[in-house]
Ligand binder design. Structure first.
Ligand SMILES: *Cc1c(COP(=O)(O)O)cnc(C)c1O
Length: 385
């Protein structure tokens, strides 16, 4: 995270841009890889969290596989040098050309989200004269106790196939000649901070695995998805997520008869290493007395607050003022929800000060847009300063 020296070095760059602490990224990767090794767990990085080429290069060094949500993401991973044999591909709406690309590249598994999709994958694999490994993405019907905008595994969700439908259609699934069910996949949502949710997940997986096995469906691996949350409130207290606790829970609760267990972490790997650096443009006070600070970033660089009401800790990294004031920090976009935070206390903040919006390494740059014809933000890396 940002030291004073780094803040000084950042002074001269044109804002807004993302700053990435590559040492912190490496510590995080070291942690996830070393604890996973202890249990033989396989880790895929959910590339949609951040596609930055330098970040991908570092992640690749640690031997992670990739979890993709589109053909574009698969291509990005493959062009960045990740082995297709370590790629899983989920998504409720896969286009035919994306399925074809996945099969041609020989990826590890297509995580199928409907019975109809299985038929389409079978047909395309047939045309290509191949048999494609797939995982059934089963909707676990679990409340992950997270923001409802980012939960994906409740019964009524658009993601996955209901377990009832899987069991009803087993004969159809078995009749497909060009798909092989190699795994079972579940993903319950994102930013999960209550670790006992992972115990419910294990119980659910155990019953699904046990039941499918008793029905004679054979498969090789279980993929329990991602979703491990990070500490947005106090990032300095928990720069590296507690992988050890989650893995210990999964290891002691999951019963999968020795099958390899796969994870797909996005946020937990990259959120804390990224910060959005922005300059203060203007100060003003509303008729109601609210003190507004207008910064040169907006929802076009970081949409999470506007899209989900997410909280990011904000700090003024250049003000030397002793007095503190309450401010609402707003962006430049023409949208009323383009507010980074309301009523936060900062040292007196004025035009030209640099603010950092922390924990922005995941779903920040990857969700950036060119709304209002803003330029896309650049990136500065701690190891290139
Ligand atoms: C987005 C996603 C992930 C990663 O979620 P995080 O909360 O960033 O860990 C993993 N698996 C699937 C299927 C996803 O859609």
């Amino acid at each position: 995270m940002l030291s004073r020296q780094v803040a000084e070095a950042l002074r001269k760059r044109e804002t807004p841009y993302y700053f990435y602490d590559i040492d912190l990224l490496r510590q995080t990767l070291e942690s996830v890889v070393s604890v996973a090794r202890k249990y033989g767990f396989v880790i895929h990085y959910a590339i949609k969290a951040n596609y930055d080429p330098h970040i991908l290069e570092v992640i690749k060094e640690y031997g992670l596989g990739i979890d993709c949500a589109s053909g574009g993401e698969m291509r990005c991973a493959i062009e960045a040098g990740f082995d297709p044999q370590g790629i899983v591909y989920a998504g409720v709406g896969k286009r035919d050309k994306e399925i074809r690309y996945a099969i041609e590249q020989g990826i590890f598994a297509i995580n199928c989200e409907s019975i109809q999709e299985l038929g389409v994958v079978d047909a395309i694999a047939g045309e290509l004269g191949k048999v494609q490994n797939i995982a059934l993405r089963i909707n676990p019907d679990i409340d992950p106790k997270t923001n409802k905008c980012i939960d994906t595994g409740q019964a009524d969700s658009k993601f996955g196939i209901s377990y009832e439908e899987v069991t009803e259609k087993l004969d159809f699934i078995r009749s497909l000649k060009h798909v092989k069910v190699s795994g079972i996949h579940l993903h319950i949502g994102s930013q999960i901070r209550e670790l006992h949710v992972f115990e419910y997940l294990c119980a659910k997986v155990n019953s699904i695995v046990g039941h499918l096995t008793s029905l004679g469906l054979d498969f090789d691996f279980v993929d329990v998805g991602g979703g491990l949350g990070v500490n947005y409130d106090f990032p300095e207290n928990e720069p590296v997520p507690n992988f050890a606790s989650v893995f210990a829970i999964i290891n002691s609760h999951l019963k999968v008869d020795g099958r390899p267990v796969h994870f797909e972490f996005g946020r937990a790997i990259v959120a804390q290493c990224g910060e959005l650096i922005t300059s203060v443009l203007f100060n003003k006070t509303t008729a109601t007395g609210r003190k507004i600070v207008v910064v040169d970033a907006s929802m076009t660089e970081l949409i999470r607050p506007a899209l989900y009401g997410s909280y990011h800790n904000i700090e003024n990294i250049t003000s030397q003022a002793k007095e503190r004031e309450r401010y609402t920090i707003v962006g430049t976009a023409c949208e009323s929800t383009d507010v980074f935070d309301e009523g936060i206390t900062l040292p007196r903040t004025q035009r030209g000060d640099l603010l950092t919006i922390k924990s922005a390494g995941a779903y920040g740059m990857s969700m950036a847009s060119r709304y209002n014809l803003h330029d896309l933000p650049g990136a500065v890396y701690s190891d290139e300063l």
